[in-house]
Design a binder for this molecule. Structure first.
Ligand SMILES: *Cc1c(COP(=O)(O)O)cnc(C)c1O
Length: 371
């Protein structure tokens, strides 16, 4: 699905030097590159604070801890997402409330949010799925009306933006009170192991987020609150400093590949190509088709016989996961989510795809679909 080796080879000299600098410094924890990366990313995103942490799941957990949510408080999330978004809610003994996504954008459906609100609702977690912003303006309106926090799960959309109706633009992840991301290797901005970060413009909250990620301490060995241990390694920060400079170029590469696929598939009655919302710049973490009147799982197998990887993101939505049985998962009726789950397929999408590969992949898809 990704070609991290080829991408590495193009920046090998720079990366190898940076890694050796870290090895020579022996500052493996909280070395200089960590702070530098946080500053660079804050500037890139146009946000005041970037708090690095160990992974994108921790970023979500620390965010919910810092907002002072109490056991039993309800957090609204889409069911159609990666498990991390919903899992941390349950881990903190909060109550995940699953809602529908829009089958066009794959993102949380604002009209479904409002219906799910109760006096216990405290937060909404929109996920900018596959690389495109959720409809933030509508979500903000609801959050303001009911006094709810917005935590943006930006793990799949770093570098994407949202254009408000007054023309103002903001990077995804900097719109809600908190935004989170992951630097898992295959993400649009990936390191060479695990990593994550939290974004906020709020000084008090930033301080709290930093403390929670560091065992609840500001001053060493004086622990003011219960926290956790969640750090971005210096080695990973050194890699990210180099890759951040290339992020816009990487996004362009993904968008070009998406344009190629779009052209190849548009007009085919059985294929719906990814919708590109006018309000957002799609950064194509995934290139995901909706297939109708064709056997999606057989296509997945057929592509495998040609050594073409394809993936179902995600084969089981949150409300149907055994994990959430005790949270009333099976009582949900989310037909749009189920409909998508049965029809989506994601094709290889990364920065190193050339025309020959794109042609080979799209021809194989069409060959099967038109069989
Ligand atoms: C990858 C991802 C995460 C979790 O990131 P990790 O670094 O793997 O913990 C959370 N949410 C979404 C939507 C993701 O895609």
């Amino acid at each position: 699905m990704v070609d991290l080796k080829q991408q590495y080879l193009k920046i090998k000299n720079e990366v190898d030097i940076a890694i050796h600098e870290v090895l020579d410094s022996a500052a493996f924890i909280n070395g200089k590159p960590v702070g530098e990366f946080a500053d660079h990313l804050a500037k890139y995103l146009g946000t005041k604070h970037v708090i690095p942490c160990a992974n994108g799941t921790d970023a979500l957990q620390i965010s919910m801890m810092a907002l002072g949510l109490e056991p039993g408080d309800e957090v609204i999330t889409p069911s159609f997402t990666y498990v991390a978004t919903t899992e941390v809610v349950a881990l903190l003994r909060l109550k995940p409330v699953f809602v529908e996504v829009d089958t066009k954008t794959f993102c949380i459906d604002p009209s479904a949010i409002e219906k799910a609100i109760t006096p216990k609702t405290k937060a909404i977690v929109p996920v900018h799925l596959y690389g495109q912003s959720a409809p933030m303006e509508e979500i903000i309106k609801i959050a303001e009306k009911y006094n709810l926090f917005i935590i943006e799960d930006n793990a799949q959309a770093i570098g994407s933006d949202y254009t408000f109706s007054n023309g103002a633009k903001k990077k995804t992840g900097t719109i809600g009170i908190i935004g989170t991301t992951s630097f898992f290797p295959s993400k649009n901005l990936g390191c060479y192991g695990d990593g994550g970060a939290i974004f906020t413009d709020d000084d008090t909250l930033a301080n709290k987020l930093k403390m929670i990620a560091n065992h609840g301490q500001q001053k060493r060995y004086y622990h003011e609150m219960v926290g956790c241990n969640s750090r971005l390694d210096t080695l990973q920060a050194a890699v990210l400093n180099i890759k951040l400079k290339k992020l816009d170029e990487y996004i362009d590469g993904r968008r070009k590949a998406a344009d190629y696929y779009d052209k190849a598939f548009s007009g085919n009655a059985k294929i719906t190509i990814p919708f590109r919302a006018a309000y957002s710049k799609h950064v194509f973490h995934q290139y995901t088709l909706i297939l109708e009147n064709t056997n999606r799982d057989k296509l997945n197998e057929y592509l495998a016989t040609k050594n073409i990887p394809s993936m179902i993101y995600y084969p089981v939505p949150a409300h149907r996961q055994q994990m959430f049985a005790t949270f009333g998962g099976s009582s949900y009726n989310l037909p749009a989510t189920d409909w998508l789950t049965e029809r989506v397929i994601s094709l290889p999408m990364h920065t190193e795809l050339d025309e020959e590969q794109l042609n080979f992949i799209s021809s194989a898809v069409l060959e099967f679909i038109n069989m």
